[in-house]
Write a protein that binds this ligand. Structure first.
Ligand SMILES: [Zn+2]
Length: 403
């Protein structure tokens, strides 16, 4: 069976991106990159008996997962941006290749890269099977601002228009802006660094091409500025105030929710540090514990207020590894999001948030076949095992030998 041959996948339960289908025991028929049929095993299996059967009876099928926030060219092993950003193109691409393969094996069939160098836009992902990659290019940031090492900093002679146009001309799928400080040395997370007018200029240029804009906005002020500017997304759940602590400003929350702005979750990115052996008792452990706590609390606030949320890991940044998407689903499950909604957010919900609903995120005839099979959905109790991954109709197992 070669990578593109048709096959039949049999499972017990199916979440089609919107919700669980009633009853058990389904088959999905995949051919030429597309789902061509989906229905009860008893009714369909005979009709497709000539095709190879991939039998995962007892398991759960969902659309391939979408990670709305990664940094493909960063290793996620604790090395900071100051160390890894200066690496040559070939080194950064080798890192991205390993990262994307790890994420695919972990069930992620689409990633949105929210911060890399401009040259990353020119790379064709491969060789071997890769997730779909949406790339937002160099983050547009203040002079010496957070993530300036990717090359997207503003300056006396370099405006938002200049950097936005450079990204779009190089093929960026959307634009990322940085409206507050963050984990880059010399920046202050609770300082707002871009004005609403600056963000609005990027929104104007991206929207003119049907592309989205998301904004790293850790402060209430940056959330307000991004919302007023018409941005589509806000990354993280900081709601930081001038004292450096998280105090959700009701006005910022209400404005973002009313505008339908999507919050990128990144609940697991601080927690990643807490999983490391030897991290106990360090200053960073204390800081990351505090952040983990308020991100969870703020996720509750946003969801409770009817806000939209995209599931994103921030993989690559600092200690957040690729291949561990489930670590983002687990804290959301722990925050009370039921499995059915969680799987919707990770698939069709994220596809909507990213503006690519026809590309991926659903299981239905005629839709591209991006699929993941897992051995359970009680995310709060345990991390499920990923037992099958299909992207654009190709099975990961059948392609592994090409690596
Ligand atoms: Zn990030």
């Amino acid at each position: 069976m070669s990578g593109t041959d048709p096959f039949v996948l049999a499972v017990s339960r199916v979440h089609d991106g919107l919700g669980f289908l009633p009853d058990d025991d389904y088959v999905v028929v995949v051919a030429e990159g597309t789902v061509v049929d989906l229905g009860p095993r008893a009714r369909l299996l005979g009709r497709y008996s000539a095709l190879p059967l991939v039998d995962h009876s007892g398991a759960v099928l969902t659309p391939g997962w979408i990670d709305a926030h990664v940094h493909s060219t960063m290793p996620g092993n604790g090395r900071p941006i100051e160390e890894v950003a200066p690496a040559p193109f070939e080194t950064r691409i080798a890192v991205a290749t390993a990262n994307l393969r790890a994420h695919l094996a972990g069930g992620v069939t689409t990633v949105r890269d929210l911060g890399s160098h401009l040259d990353y836009l020119a790379w064709s992902p491969g060789p071997g099977l890769m997730p779909r990659v949406l790339r937002y290019g160099m983050p547009i940031t203040a002079e010496r601002g957070h993530m300036h090492l990717f090359g997207g900093a503003l300056g006396a002679a370099r405006t938002v228009t200049d950097v936005a146009r450079a990204n779009l001309a190089a093929g960026a799928d959307g634009l990322k802006l940085v409206a507050s400080g963050g984990g880059t040395l010399g920046t202050v997370p609770h300082e707002t660094t871009l004005t609403s007018d600056q963000i609005a200029e990027a929104v104007r240029l991206a929207h003119a091409q049907g592309k989205r804009v998301t904004v790293h906005a850790l402060t209430n002020g940056a959330i307000l500025a991004a919302t007023a500017a018409g941005a589509d997304g806000i990354e993280h759940l900081g709601f930081l105030a001038a004292d450096g602590l998280s105090h959700v400003q009701q006005e910022a929350l209400e404005a973002a929710v009313a505008a339908g702005v999507v919050f990128g979750s990144t609940l697991g990115c601080n927690e990643a540090y807490l999983h490391l052996s030897g991290s106990n008792g360090t200053v960073e452990h204390d800081e990351q514990s505090v952040r983990t706590e308020y991100y969870r609390r703020n996720a509750d606030r946003v969801l409770g207020a009817g806000g939209r949320m995209a599931v994103g890991t921030d993989a690559g940044w600092k200690h957040t590894p690729f291949g561990a998407y489930v670590r983002e689903l687990q804290p959301l499950a722990g925050a009370g999001v039921p499995a059915e909604r969680l799987l919707h957010l990770a698939t069709a919900g994220n596809a909507d948030a990213l503006g690519v609903p026809g590309l991926t995120g659903m299981i239905r005839p005629g839709h591209p076949a991006d699929l993941v099979v897992i051995d359970g959905v009680d995310f709060a109790a345990r991390a499920p095992k990923v037992v099958e991954v299909v992207v654009a109709g190709r099975r990961l197992v059948s392609s592994e030998t090409q690596w």
